[in-house]
Design a protein around this ligand. Sequence first.
Ligand code: ADP
Ligand code: MG
Length: 339
Amino acid sequence: MNIQQLANALPDAILLLNNNGEIIWANQQAQTLLPVKKLTKAQTPAALIGKEAFAKSWSNKAEDFFEGKLSNHKYITYCLKKYEQNHYLFIIQDISRTHHLERMRQDFVANVSHELRTPLTVIRGFVEILLTKLKNKQTQEILLQIEQQSKRMQNIIEELLFLASLENIEHRETNYESIEVPHLLELIKQDAEKLSQGRHQFMLEIDTSLILLGVRNELYSLFSNLIFNAVNYTPAPGKIIIRWFLKENQAVFEIVDNGIGIEKKHIDRITERFYRVDKARSSASGGTGLGLAIVKHVLIHHQAKLVIKSKLQQGSTFTCTFPEKLIQFAKNKNHFVNN
Ligand SMILES: Nc1ncnc2c1ncn2[C@@H]1O[C@H](COP(=O)(O)OP(=O)(O)O)[C@@H](O)[C@H]1O
Ligand SMILES: [Mg+2]
């Protein structure tokens, strides 16, 4: 069996490119997957998967996997690999089925959440009425429990719906606007102080000239989730530092606490939905377990990166880095607020 027969037997489309990015050979799967009747020599994959899509991997010869959609509505991942001297392998995988299943999962969660909204609103309404009518102490205690738990359920539903909307990137117009992050952080800090009830000392180190292009409610959710987590997972007397600054032409949001910290083995997983380090304690804290999943998606939307550093019993640092192209500067002088 020669190499070409072997390549034809593979489930992925494989294109062999020369130094100019032109196709010099393609396996059989490439003919079935790609939206062309016949692959011709000297074509580049740009003609098949789109100019911009191809440029992503070709421009810096990145070996990263990228996702894309073909004109025949197939979903793909693609990757460029150097192959001997002056040649490249362009590998395209059909992920339409996985994409479809993922879509079904998203729709299911969104639909269930949506359907639960109305009955829950009705229950909460009736509990409120009963609370004003039934004054017996024991009954009041039970009703307050129902009220509290249904509020928690409502929070979970709202956050699941928010996550569903975040996941639905391709169907969403991303309308970036200029966000005064310094002002936003000041507002969230005030809310965090209420949550803290004096148990923590807050420090703000903010570059007030640094403004970000982004989606307001998403960024609000990102910052508040990280700041409220710092409060919730830092026992008194805690110290919380909120930073917003420019570093190597990128905008950085950083939150440092000296709280309970996160064990190394959990760090990779805590941005998963409902993942909690300590289930019992987290449920009691009233959190939904969805905060960091939301954080992760908001960051993806803003092409930003998250780094978590943490030591058990010493504290955690969450650092979010936003790309240069989203940065704007306010007209006022660059100065720091520290209080
Ligand atoms: N600053 C922090 N310090 C220690 N643990 C944290 C911190 N932030 C998040 N965690 C851990 O990560 C888990 C997931 O956080 P999150 O998604 O916000 O859910 P929730 O706060 O609702 O439990 C938390 O349950 C907690 O165990
Ligand atoms: Mg949280």
